[in-house]
Design a binder for this molecule. Sequence first.
Ligand SMILES: [Zn+2]
Ligand SMILES: [Zn+2]
Length: 196
Amino acid sequence: MFDTRELGRRPGALKRVSRSVVAPKGLGIEVIGVREGTTIELDLRLESVMEGVLVTGTARAPLTGECVRCLESLERELEVDFQEMYSYPDADDRSREADTGDDAEEEDMLFLEADLFDLEPVLRDAVVLALPLQPVCRDDCPGLCADCGARLADDPGHHHESADIRWAALQGLAETMRDGEKENAPRERGDDSQEK
Ligand SMILES: [Zn+2]
Ligand SMILES: [Zn+2]
């Protein structure tokens, strides 16, 4: 909650506020977000206008997430701008009297409550919109091996043909069925490439 009392109601009055807040729960999406309890740095500019207080600001926070390709954890800095109008409660009364049927319009409006405004919903929307939907540890992350799940960035030369895995599995099965009878290890397939 932020206080606007010092700002006063004279249109044109300006106030700058810098504050660190503790990140609330659930500020993010499944793959990336601001971890609960980390610090969000806020720089706000409050401007008194006729109908209320116009809040313009920037938020900076550390992001933690997971690369969608290789599942490696990753960290980013988030910086996001936002702007929101908080109307005086009496402006609400006036608009209610003026047009009673316009529910959608009213739901979108935010109001000052006893000269305080709640930045959390605004911050939440701004942060979630600014998050990468498909965060990657690096732009050219090669992801995981589709066959064995190895992280390809750690092992650039990694490759094997899927047929070999199946072959090895069959071989293993055959060995089990022979019940102890010694068999040769699966032959190396050499370089003849077998795409699946
Ligand atoms: Zn990655
Ligand atoms: Zn592999």
